[in-house]
Design a protein around this ligand. Sequence first.
Ligand code: MG
Length: 356
Amino acid sequence: MKIVDAGVVLTSPGRNFVTLKVETDEGVTGLGDATLNGRELAVVGYLRDHVVPLLLGTDPHRIEDTWQSLYRGAYWRRGPVTMAAIAAVDVALWDIKAKVAGLPLYQLLGGASRERVRTYGHASGRDIPELFDSIRARLAEGYPAVRVQTGVPGLERVYGVRHDAHHRLTPIQAARLGKDLEPYDLFWLEDCTPAENQDGLRLVRRHTTTPLAIGEVFNTVFDYQTLVGEQLIDYVRSAVTHFGGVSPLEKLFDFAAQHQIKSAIHGPEDISPVGMAAAIHLDLAIHNFGIQEYAGHTELTNEVFPHAYTFTDGYLHPGEAPGLGVDLDEELASAHPYDPAYLPINRLQDGTIHDL
Ligand code: MG
């Protein structure tokens, strides 16, 4: 079997998604998600100009070899653009391999370790009463857990603040917050400090038993060396889409398992249903699964990406369709072209730029 074509589809059915479609000489196709919120065009260019030409004529079954050649062969390593592009290839090749096998992807990853995948949803509000309305809405939808974040009095617009702290605290502030929250028995405190400062987590860890989750902006296992090796966190949060695909994320989870650290794959709206499906297959298969973030998608997005995975009473299942179980309606996708969009910038009351 050979790869004969690979196309990049950029569509915006409500928000932007980048999808790689790999085609083979035997008619089997594979999809991969390469969406990088706010930097979509950079990944499109990386894929079209630098990756697709390397794929043509290669054997799609050689997933590990392809991954290593894209990672090592470029000389420049790591970084979100590179790793999102490699992720799309990795996932598309897994999709093809599983389709050829006639099995849902999770079967190739070792089979199911559980019957269903626990999720958490999002609740937020400008103030506490609005927040509680939002929490009640998520619980009514069946979510067994809820990520909570609320605005700050005095600030006009805020994209969340705690208990998903969005990397905004200093280590000593995070340590104090974690300690203060201990009586409330949080599932975790998320992204308490800027993730690139791994040493800071030692200080946080020394002062609190509140579980810590970090990693949604990480893109290689090297970002976790200190955090996992010294057991400074409790959940690793990287997404299939931003971590180079299923292959390296499975290795990260194995590394984390040695330290009794669990998975909690990032699952915001800007991971496409293709990336979400890959996550759910992995969630079902690995032993040290913790929880899956699931923000869901709009009806239009689900029409562009019809999928076999289901969300029932707060739990996901990848379905039994061969491969990822996701299709792409290219005609509908082309009716919704790229629409430039960015996350809001955060500034303090005195105008100082602050972490997003
Ligand atoms: Mg977060």
